[in-house]
Design a protein around this ligand. Sequence first.
Ligand code: ADE
Ligand code: ZN
Length: 324
Amino acid sequence: MHGFVDALPKAELHIHIEGSFEPELMFGIARRNEISLPYADVDALRRAYAFTRLQDFLDLYYQGMSVLHTEQDFYDLAIAYFEKAASQNLRYAEVFFDPQGHTSRGVAFSTVIGGLTRAIADAELRFDLRAKLILCFLRHLDEADAERTLDEALPYREKFVGIGLDSSEIGFPPSKFRNVFRRARDEGFKIVCHAGEEGPPEYVWEALDILGADRIDHGNSALQDMDLVRRLAADKMPLTVCPLSNYRLCGVPELKVHPAKRMLDLGLFVTINSDDPAYFGGYVGDNFKAIAEHLPLSADELRMMARNGFLAGFMDDDDRARCL
Ligand code: ADE
Ligand code: ZN
């Protein structure tokens, strides 16, 4: 099975670049920037990665990214992700980044996007891996902050393909961001939205009907609402499912009850992704192996989910043919 998964060409559509920050690199960059982390060493930091819910993780995620300051820091972060993911046969990635996590600390938007786009260009040459960026708004901040971020980003509009919504979910419904997403859509961006990771099915409805989402990130709680399942299936709405993330954030008690198989049986459009691989113990290939091991999935189902990643990507058919 491992050989079969290794050989599958993969795409991933749900990876937060700041969530690919491995502790070794984090300590290295912190040292370079003369910043001290509140952990004695890499092992002590890894031991802190014991989460019971999304917010436990987010607290460490924002702390970790705070050592990133220079264009080179963002380049080093992204190229390390591309190298590791390419070793698991990743051919295409749509990579989330959280500009507000950086601009709020005084790092210029141009520094962030400069480092990330330089890494994308090198990844194509070095690893034959194509990637695009998706800018995410932080939903625990207000809509005015997201509006300012979109203003700041528009001069760089050629450098990203979509706009997403992430961070703490419960209490921060998609509808809170209806105006800024309307503007993003009018500007021609694709729309994605974290919904139904911890939040209720109503947030998935809002992502579809109010934000006009082209894909749903996670979508797990949709299974509690059969009308929503029928809607998602009828629309062939891609769900970017993240098995190891769901397990490590206690969304599922064990991988053998992960909903990926049930989603497929209900006719949903499932893709498999790593979310925050440095924090959740696995890159995209590791996520495929985890579900292949713990769920009764056939080779055809695994192949289909891998192919779905390419089909649901924001690329044209020529691009798709080059990746596959
Ligand atoms: N930001 C990074 N990872 C996230 C996740 N799994 N859910 C919401 N926001 C995030
Ligand atoms: Zn995510």
